[in-house]
Design a protein around this ligand. Structure first.
Ligand code: SF4
Length: 102
């Protein structure tokens, strides 16, 4: 399905996006304090992005900088798919548990 066939959808309100971002930053700080990796392996990022590229909630950027976003949560996908504590808001992919650094 290409973007031209999709029903128009709106991003969540900015206040909701800001709350989600604050929660993620707090989770990342906690992980950092525990010495856990916050970035997933490359293959996990690619798996997640492959799912997003086929999703009806994908907002495809018109720019060549790959600013594709998720309409369901408003996130920038090239960032969201790299962060271990991130998960799909529609349960299409989940969090990735990393082990503490040695
Ligand atoms: S994060 Fe989930 S809902 Fe959003 S574009 Fe990716 S697969 Fe779709």
């Amino acid at each position: 399905m290409n973007s031209g066939e999709r029903q128009p959808m709106n991003f969540p309100p900015r206040i909701e996006q800001a709350k989600q971002l604050a929660n993620r930053v707090a989770a990342l700080i906690q992980m950092g304090m525990k010495g856990e990796d916050v970035i997933v392996p490359k293959e996990i990022k690619e798996e997640r992005m492959d799912i997003c590229k086929k999703c009806e909630y994908l907002y495809e950027s018109k720019s060549s900088d790959n600013f594709d976003r998720c309409i369901a949560c408003g996130c920038l996908l090239k960032v969201k798919t790299q962060i271990s504590v991130e998960k799909c808001p529609k349960d299409k992919w989940g969090q990735y548990k990393t082990l503490p650094k040695k």
